[in-house]
Design a protein around this ligand. Sequence first.
Ligand SMILES: [Mg+2]
Length: 362
Amino acid sequence: MEAVDATAYTVPTDAPEGDGTLAWESTTLVVVRAHSGATTGLGYTYGSPATVQAVEQHLAGVVTGRPVWDVPAANEAMHRAVRNTGRPGLVAGALSAVDIALWDLKARLLDLPLTRLLGACRQEVPVYGSGGFTTYDDDRQDRQLRAWVHGQGIPRVKIKIGGSWGGDAERDRERVIRARRSIGDTAELYVDANGAYTRKQAVRTGVFLAEAGVTWFEEPVSSDDLTGLGQVRAAVTADVAAGEYGYTLPYFHRMLAADAVDCLQADATRCGGITVWLRVAALAEAAGLQISGHCAPHAHAHAAACVPNLRHLEWFHDHTRIEQHLFDGVLDPHGGTVRPGEAQSPGLGLTLRTEAAERYRV
Ligand SMILES: [Mg+2]
């Protein structure tokens, strides 16, 4: 590998977005490019524009000059190099984006789709529509959910609940009932509280979620509260899911050891890239659980096709909008699955649309 560079693009949302515990009006995509001769690999993460400095100052020098074929060795070298900088959070995002770029580069050098390089378990990867922000009014939520289920035929969708840190139970209930009405009786309905509730609030919420046929209750309490996740899991009928803030492999081991979740989530753009995401999937498999890819769907699609215990990928409104706008080669979720590798493009099959991206460059 001869050089690694990074660029941040901050893209305004198409409407104010928020969940149970945070609100935002823009999202920053950080694109990493790894170069070998005339070939360039592309990886990315979502996070702070400061991720660019983390790549440039702490990681680029570690991977430059290494053999392009040995991605796990480069990943391990980056992991060791940031011991004192602090791996979780922003640095993990930077490391993950570099790792993804290295996998993309290797596959491009071999002229293979990444699914071929890794070895696929499946051709089709299920996705679920994810949005339903607490900041949306009823009409916007209805239009978004209908577009996924009735427009694109995606038979599973997720909305955010727990607005105002779980302070408005009546509105949560109304929004869930409206969501069920929008999608009909047969589509799966998921909710994500982003850690907004207390333990008992989450259990009480679980009662009306069951009435609305909700089958996925994400982060009912904070992911830091493994005991609480486990208690809610034991008390509600929906599957409890968490894992999006996992920045290291042992985090996922602890979550599984605590019996905290029914389905493990992991984010390849945070947990250490595709290298570590595949290991997280193996941990989940050994615990008898499925894995679901969190956000950034195009960073996950190929890896997701290569694990046997995949549940699905999150077709997150905020990220799919950016990826469709800024990348050529995006996947089509019609019918509720994507087919990574089908186009036979090498690597992840993505190309940055540099002209479209330029106006968002930080
Ligand atoms: Mg979530």
